[in-house]
Write a new protein. Structure first.
Length: 381
């Protein structure tokens, strides 16, 4: 047990910090400071693929500690913070076989600080993984004093692999839903008209959007194949593509070929809100992650496909209630889009449920859960 009244240090280790994590760490730092716990978030410089997304931030002191990420190979990462971590009362790591400091703290044992927490990311694909890398991660995971699970589905994965239920905190991974909803509410009719005019989107044309990192797991080629099928039956259908990344050229080629595809690049704040306000549907046939909460905040039903590689946040999608999931085949996906475009009553019902879902996944709640989990871990004998 960490004694009350003593200086208590907690360090959270991240490879990089995406912009959507900024509010979480600000809230977490403030909440822990109120009870005498000093939080530092270690993070480093991005690799080329991470930098290409253009969605990273540096956390200013005292919240953040920027270090130099040393990549020994594409999958092996070292951060020069071991001496600082050894002075902490609790260190929270990503549960990753490729993060080298994990091995030191795994082998160190429980005889001296810091206590070890793992922030665990889980997918259906990972649950079925029998590779040596995953075996090492699972063995390492069991050494933790506490586990911070992305979602309830992650908690189930942890329990199947030897974690102790009383030492799991389910975070319900989130973004700043309330902040985005405020931006959406501030978008006026004139702004939307100007957005349409500037992008040459005909008045009354149906609009959908994709928002996320432009990388292979998002299945952009699949999206554009389905789009061509949609255009055969709905020629004026428009697609806004928000994001950046390694597959940007794929999007730019499609936009150059078809003026109904609008490559907007990475958007944030009010610019992003305008695009979401204009759309009726959110499309992501590949990996679904936290983008589902942006869609829900805007009342956009999200359409995806039944794949094993989704992020934990796929738990938030309820097929036929707040979104839609098809088999991973472009014709089936195109048919689902067309169905929802034609059936306004069903689309509105999905939209209403999506808005309701957003209310249950706030960044404030996530920060509160995270802070309570840290306090519970430190309070244990």
């Amino acid at each position: 047990m960490v004694l009350a009244g003593s200086r208590v240090r907690v360090m959270v280790v991240q490879e990089v910090v995406p912009h959507y994590r900024l509010r979480l760490f600000e809230l977490l730092h403030a909440q822990l400071a109120q009870v005498g716990i000093e939080l530092t978030v270690v993070h480093g410089n991005p690799n080329r693929e991470q930098a290409a997304k253009q969605d990273l931030v540096d956390l200013p002191p005292p919240v953040g500690l920027k270090v130099n990420n040393l990549r020994l190979t594409e999958r092996l990462l070292y951060q020069p913070v071991v001496s600082r971590l050894l002075q902490a009362d609790l260190a929270i790591f990503p549960n990753a076989a490729g993060y080298l400091p994990n091995y030191l703290f795994w082998l160190k044992g429980r005889q001296r600080p810091p206590r070890l927490g793992f922030w665990v990311y889980h997918t259906r694909e990972r649950a079925a993984d029998r590779s040596l890398k995953e075996a090492v991660s699972r063995r390492m995971m069991r050494r933790a004093d506490w586990w911070f699970a992305y979602t309830a589905g992650t908690r189930d994965y942890l329990l199947m692999n030897g974690a102790v239920d009383e030492r799991i905190t389910v975070l319900n991974n989130s973004v700043d839903v309330a902040g985005f909803r405020a931006l959406l509410a501030a978008v006026g009719a004139e702004e939307l008209s100007e957005f349409r005019r500037r992008r040459k989107i005909p008045a009354g044309a149906p609009v959908a959007l994709f928002c996320g990192g432009l990388h292979r797991e998002k299945r952009l080629d699949f999206l554009f194949e389905a789009l061509r099928l949609i255009h055969r039956e709905c020629p004026d259908f428009q697609l806004l593509v928000i994001g950046d990344g390694a597959c940007r050229a794929t999007v730019e080629r499609e936009a150059a070929r078809d003026t109904r595809v609008h490559a907007l690049g990475a958007l944030f704040g009010q610019d992003k809100a305008r695009a979401f306000r204009l759309a009726q549907l959110a499309l992501c046939p590949g990996l679904v992650g936290l983008g589902i909460l942006d869609a829900c905040a805007a009342g956009l039903p999200l359409l995806t496909t039944d794949l094993p590689g989704h992020s934990p946040e796929i738990d938030y999608l309820r097929h036929g209630i707040n979104g839609w999931m098809t088999v991973p085949e472009p014709r089936a996906y195109a048919n689902a889009v067309l169905r929802l475009l034609r059936c306004e009553a069903q689309r509105r019902e999905l939209s209403r449920a999506a808005l309701e879902s957003a209310r249950h996944h706030s960044i404030e709640d996530m920060a509160g859960r995270f802070a309570q989990g840290i306090r519970d871990c430190l309070a244990r004998p």
